[in-house]
Design a binder for this molecule. Structure first.
Ligand code: HEM
Ligand code: HEM
Length: 457
């Protein structure tokens, strides 16, 4: 078997291509579920009593699909291009990779069907039932095997930082997923009481911190220097960023349940760690932005890099807000309110989702040997998502502050609902723009891959 790096998709990269299609397709479905959920906030009786369209069922379908259907496969698509490229070898087994793409899609379909029919573990981001948990674990272990064997057969002795980030995200998630879903208790997928809350948020937090974040950062570390045609500003900083992320992020999940009767020492660790997170975040951003210094024209000219760079800016906003809202005084006001939903969309869509889409646009010409189908459509998608997301951030943050203040003043939840109505309408409208962006992205990506009239590069 040749270990030479393939030039284009026709010579390989089937796994990367498969994950590109997966991410762009499920982004449309996921955002449609999000929009339906938002409409139910505006008109709760609109969809009647149809069981599979009830809020409690479609909300977790939305959250599972955005994380596991759109952002993760989008980032994995790029990871399956970058890792072999940096190692100057082929992916160890494209057949295995494509098989895993198929399994991944079966897993997503199973999540939709089981949650729609009311089969759930009832724990946020861990709703999928036991057989699906096993499938997820198997996929991550096999994916790590494929990447580890690629590393073993590499032609490049240096393991660049993107390879560290991407491979560690895959193997760490295999463990974190099994622990968080309590897979040794198949009938419940849960412990009881406070230990369950702690373990759940160890997991929920690390889906964001040890899966989405390292994949996204690893990709930004590849895309920005490539587009700027300049070496990374500092290799040492990249190592500091990697290890401080692993040391600080992994055990601070308790900051999600500071309002719960969790042991105080655990809360203190999570709050101190959350403030300390400023180190890995700033180190990564300083490194990336100094690499791009004086090269913003290059970033702007490449649509993939434009998405990725925007993602890094939103990463800063998210991670200024994150440590702040882990402080008990702040969280007393913001917890349970739309403020957190704003933060969630900022992090998952604005940071990791933007980098996933940008990464896909960056690799498409390299997979096909042709430019992307339409730069204009990609730009339009960029603005739809950026405007929609900014609208989300402003509206939901304001709504959250109104909710939090009212509740602290002793108001009941239902008495605030009339005040929420206008915010909900704006959120729905902004969400519609994001859905439009998702549909355009699917069309552009499919045309780029299969029906692309462009001249070969
Ligand atoms: C310095 C980094 C960060 C810190 C310290 C932080 C902190 C927090 C805290 C304290 C909460 C809980 C708020 C509450 O429930 O009252 C939270 C929620 C959340 N964060 Fe972050 N965050 C950070 C970065 C990120 C990033 C990068 C992402 C996305 C990749 C993200 C995604 C989320 C999501 C989705 C939630 C909502 C979880 C839920 O469903 O309740 N965060 N964050
Ligand atoms: C791909 C883009 C999107 C991503 C990554 C995303 C991510 C998320 C996440 C992580 C949550 C959980 C928030 C939490 O528990 O704090 C959530 C909830 C939600 N999302 Fe999205 N979302 C996206 C697009 C949309 C769109 C287009 C809409 C349409 C308006 C939407 C509407 C909602 C609603 C209504 C909730 C439930 C909020 C609640 O329970 O109060 N999302 N989304």
């Amino acid at each position: 078997m040749s270990t030479q790096i393939p030039e284009t998709e026709s010579q390989g990269y089937g796994t990367a291509k498969g994950f590109c299609i997966t991410a762009s397709f499920w982004m449309v479905i996921a955002t449609l579920y999000g929009l339906t959920t938002a409409i139910e906030f505006i008109a709760p009786d609109l969809l009647g009593n149809i069981s599979w369209l009830q809020f409690g069922r479609i909300r977790p379908i939305h959250t599972n699909l955005v994380i596991f259907g759109f952002v993760t496969p989008g980032l994995l698509a790029v990871g399956h291009y970058i890792v072999p490229k940096l190692l100057r070898t082929r992916l160890y087994s494209e057949k295995l990779g494509i098989f895993l793409v198929l399994l991944w899609n079966i897993m997503l379909a199973a999540i939709v069907v089981t949650l729609a029919t009311g089969h759930t573990q009832g724990r946020e981001y861990a709703e999928a039932i036991w057989p699906i948990d096993i499938l997820v674990a198997v996929i991550f272990v096999l994916m790590f095997y494929n990447m580890a064997m690629t590393i073993k057969h590499r032609n490049e002795p240096i393991l660049y930082v993107s390879v560290w980030y991407i491979t560690s995200a895959v193997i760490l998630t295999a463990f974190v997923y099994c622990i968080g879903n309590v897979i040794w208790v198949p009938h419940a997928g849960a412990l009881t009481g406070i230990p369950d809350a702690i373990i759940l948020w160890f997991y929920g937090h690390n889906v964001l911190g040890l899966l989405l974040t390292p994949l996204a950062v690893g990709i930004a570390y590849y895309v920005i220097p490539s587009v700027c045609r300049t070496p990374l500003y500092s290799h040492t900083l990249s190592l500091v960023g990697f290890w401080s992320l692993l040391i600080l992020y992994s055990h601070i999940g308790t900051h999600h349940i500071i309002q719960a009767p969790v042991p105080t020492w655990l809360k203190v660790i999570s709050i101190v760690g959350s403030i300390g997170m400023i180190i890995p975040v700033l180190v990564v951003l300083i490194n990336l932005w100094f690499t791009a210094k004086g090269k913003l024209a290059e970033i702007h000219a490449n649509i993939g890099a434009k998405f990725v760079f925007t993602g890094t800016i939103i990463y800063l906003f998210t991670c200024i807000q994150g440590p702040m809202q882990s402080l008990p005084q702040v969280q007393r006001l913001t917890h349970f309110s739309n403020w957190v939903v704003a933060h969630a969309h900022m992090g998952v869509l604005g940071f990791s989702g933007m980098i996933a889409i940008g990464g896909i646009y960056f690799i498409l010409p390299r997979l096909t040997g042709k430019p992307i189908f339409s730069r204009a459509l990609a730009d339009f998608q960029y603005w739809m998502i950026l405007i929609g997301l900014s609208g989300f951030m402003v509206t939901l943050t304001m709504a959250g502050l109104v909710q939090g203040n009212s509740w602290l003043n002793g108001e009941t939840v239902y008495r605030i609902l009339p005040q929420m109505h206008m915010y909900n309408i704006v959120r729905g409208s902004m969400g519609f723009l994001i859905v439009v962006g998702a549909v355009i992205g699917l069309y552009n990506i499919i045309r780029s891959l299969f029906f692309n009239p462009g001249e070969s590069l």
